[in-house]
Write a protein that binds this ligand. Structure first.
Ligand code: HSO
Ligand code: ZN
Length: 442
């Protein structure tokens, strides 16, 4: 067995007490580092005070490029169309179709019911007017993220889709991101990255429209900026708290160790802070995955990044698969892969996860790109209380009630009693006054 390259040893879950188990499941990146927060606060203040002038200076400093205009113009879109090959364009269109299909099927609906005779209560849906989508570029531009954000925004009926993505050193945006943005009907693409992009979309500048809600993943600075603008009543709402990407694989003795290793590595290559956990009830499977990892790792272009992520990966041996689910629910992974013989039978046991992948032939990579589900998912344990991005994320729900005299007579006494119990006399009067007018008992 070749484990010399990786400092990974399977951990025996049964031998750990509660403290030991909590330590295994603890994510290393808990709080926003003070330096990051301070730097981001400064960027936000600068953008609010100086608008485009600040954006130009910050882009020069952080992206090393002098931009005349931030907005991508028609020439650049046309050049991007020429630069992206047909195969990739076809794949984007194909992916888009399935992403549309899945998100459309899951759209919230309006409804109205009669809760008492003469009392009609309903729900209206309204699109969030202007949304800001952030598509990271960093070490790997992610055109797929443009699809994952713009498709549900369009289905929700948002009036304006603004997309920010960092400029490259040559002052252009990544062409594939531009093609994806156009394919999905994004109205405006701005070449802005980092905290300055978030600040610009949250507060608006001369060339960036102020957005109501901001979406998308990003590095520590982007994440900190999103948190800060979300706390400010003058800022913008955000999709969810975001952290480094993560996968938890539950594999049984029948799983294919090469497949499992490939899935762990596909998460690890995202960044050195990616979280990778494998849980199994089989010593043989764990050993075989440990054997496969360094072999596959050595052939990856991003091996260095993946190796650093694997340094804090966890391999856990459990006595029973039930324990694996208890562990997974406590961790609440962004992605949960069930490399099990009858994966569907275990689905009831899943209580907290962003997205679940069933069986040996459902690698996370399919969900990342084109099965149809969204890849902007809750990380850092947020899956306990948050869901992935969907059409609902781009809408608000407005409740509405219509009550006639008959309805007031039917439910007014109930309200009056509750108002008396709360000693809120004006509430009570708002009901009894009307009942008195129409004749009825309060
Ligand atoms: N796994 C990432 C999404 C992604 N993967 C984009 C490839 N491209 C976070 O869910
Ligand atoms: Zn991925």
């Amino acid at each position: 067995m070749n484990t010399t390259m990786l400092p990974l040893n399977p951990i025996d879950w049964d031998s750990l007490d509660a403290t030991g188990r909590a330590a295994v499941l603890r994510r290393p990146t808990a709080a926003v580092a003070v330096e990051v927060r301070t730097a981001v606060e400064r960027v936000i203040a600068q953008v609010r005070a100086d608008g485009d002038v600040a954006l130009r200076a910050l882009t020069r400093r952080f992206d090393g490029v002098e931009l005349g205009a931030f907005a991508v113009g028609e020439d650049e879109f046309a050049a991007a169309e020429r630069a992206v090959d047909d195969g990739l364009k076809r794949a984007m269109r194909e992916a888009r179709e399935r992403i549309v299909a899945w998100h459309r099927a899951g759209m919230p609906r309006e409804f109205e019911i009669e809760t008492a005779p003469g009392v009609r209560c309903g729900r209206l849906l309204r699109p969030i007017a202007r949304v800001g989508l952030y598509v990271p570029a960093g070490s790997a531009p992610l055109p797929s993220t443009a699809l994952m954000l713009a498709v549900p925004a369009k289905l929700a009926g948002c009036r304006e889709l603004v997309l920010c993505t960092p400029p490259r050193a040559d002052g252009r945006a990544d062409p594939a991101v531009l093609v994806a943005a156009r394919l999905c009907g994004v109205d405006r693409v701005l070449k802005l990255g980092g905290a300055q992009a978030i600040a610009a979309m949250a507060y608006g500048t001369e060339s960036v429209p102020r957005c109501d809600k901001l979406f998308g993943p990003g590095n520590a600075y982007v994440t900190a900026a999103k948190q800060l603008v979300a706390q400010d009543p003058d800022g913008a709402a955000i999709d969810m708290p975001a952290g480094p990407s993560e996968v938890l694989v539950i594999a049984d003795a029948g799983a294919d160790p090469d497949f499992v290793a490939a899935d762990l590595l596909s998460q690890a290559e995202h960044g050195p802070d990616s979280q990778v956990i494998l849980v199994s009830d089989s010593d043989q499977l764990l050993a075989a995955v440990l054997d496969a990892l360094p072999r596959q790792l050595s052939t990856l272009p991003r091996a260095d990044i993946a190796r650093r992520a694997l340094e804090h990966a966890r391999l856990v041996k459990v006595a029973r698969l039930e324990d694996a689910f208890a562990l997974s629910n406590a961790y609440a992974p962004e992605h949960l892969i069930l490399a099990l013989r009858e994966p569907r039978n275990w689905l009831d046991q899943v209580e907290a996860a962003g997205s679940v992948f069933l069986g040996d032939y459902a690698p996370e990579a399919l969900g990342d790109y084109c099965s149809g589900t969204n890849h902007v998912l809750p990380t850092g344990g947020a899956a306990r209380a948050y869901s992935g991005v969907s059409v609902a994320s781009f809408q608000t729900a407005i409740s509405v009630q219509e009550v006639g005299a008959e309805g007031l007579r039917a439910i007014g006494p109930c309200a009056a009693t509750l108002a008396r119990a709360e000693a809120l006399a004006a509430h009570e009067r708002a009901v009894t006054l009307r009942i008195g007018r129409i004749g009825g008992a309060a």
